[in-house]
Design a protein around this ligand. Structure first.
Ligand code: CP
Length: 308
């Protein structure tokens, strides 16, 4: 078994193996559904989610798993139960893996000892979002086949976005040129990449990733109006018209139409917004399989699900 906390913990070979396996699941389509089995997986979401939560649940059901859906609002968290005790409770009930989304950066550090089941990080505060980065990689790879030499612009709330961090780090490792752009107050010098203006970034990029504004993590309310943000830092139709031929638009969602991205562009031929969401299911199937396989099986580099 292995935790999936940050893609920085995985080798490029492991990342590519998960992407390959996700594509195998996609090719299997309906035939990729597994018979119901006794593998119990708990989804612990301490923050709202639509895409990540429901694509993990779909992935688990396609793998034949039994799914426990936990809500912090209706659990003993309200009576003071700690994250460690919640996870130990799931383990004692019989869960074989936990998927956790939590508002605290690096929440998993307090779980490293005493937990005997793999943790799949579904997003930690402004830290990491490894399965979002994997589905972004799959979407880019399906479009361009290779990462080496691609230019990827990541635009918007660079400081508070865990997607920006996970994507910038892994894309740099894969040989992409990463361009970063956004409001000065949300600049993040810790991210790998070149800080340039949004217009230069949009015109140079093969892939433009627009970020959601992370209002829930801001200490102060945004100074500018939504209209002003869109004009200065959003992908308007006018800006998108200056993108390179063959380039694509991505956004992790949920998208604020007319703010980060013009509403019409979400549905445009350049947009891969819905493709990203679709790819999330296969990527999470492959991630769950990777996390649950034994070290021996991992060394053999073989898909293992048929053996369960
Ligand atoms: N991209 C993403 O994490 O979306 P959700 O918050 O809806 O899961």
């Amino acid at each position: 078994m292995a935790n999936l906390l940050s893609l920085n913990d995985l080798t490029i070979e492991e990342i590519e193996r998960i992407l390959d396996r996700a594509e195998q699941f996609q090719k299997m389509g309906e035939n990729g559904w597994r018979s119901p089995n006794h593998t119990l997986v708990a989804n612990l979401f301490f923050e709202p989610s639509t895409r990540t939560r429901f694509s993990f649940e779909t992935a688990e059901k396609r793998l034949g798993f039994q799914v426990l859906n936990f809500s912090s609002q209706t659990s003993s968290v309200q009576k003071g139960e700690t994250l460690y005790d919640t996870v130990r409770t799931m383990e004692s009930i019989g869960a074989k893996a936990v998927v956790i989304r939590h508002q605290k950066d690096g929440y998993y550090r307090e779980l490293t000892s005493g937990i005997g089941l793999p943790i799949l990080n579904a997003g930690d505060g402004a830290g990491d979002h490894p399965t979002q980065a994997l589905l972004d990689l799959l979407t880019i790879r399906q479009e361009f086949l290779l990462f080496q030499g691609l230019t990827v612009a990541i635009i918007g709330d660079l400081r508070y976005s865990r997607v920006a961090r996970s994507d910038a780090q892994v894309l740099t490792r894969l040989g992409c040129r990463v361009l970063l752009s956004g409001p000065e107050e949300w600049k993040n010098e810790a991210l790998p990449g070149e800080h340039i203006s949004i217009d230069e970034a949009v015109e140079a990029a093969d892939v433009v990733i627009m970020l959601r504004i992370q209002h829930e993590r801001h200490e102060k309310a945004m100074k500018m109006s939504k209209e002003e943000y869109h004009r200065l830092y959003g992908l308007s139709r006018e800006r998108a018209a200056r993108m390179k031929p063959g380039s694509i638009i991505m956004h992790p969602g949920p998208v604020n139409r007319g703010v980060e991205l013009d509403g019409d562009l979400v549905e445009s031929t350049k947009s891969r917004y819905f493709k990203q969401i679709t790819n999330g299911v296969a990527v999470r199937m492959a991630s769950l399989e990777w996390a649950l396989q034994s070290e021996k099986e991992a060394k053999a580099h073989e898909p293992v699900i048929e053996k369960w």
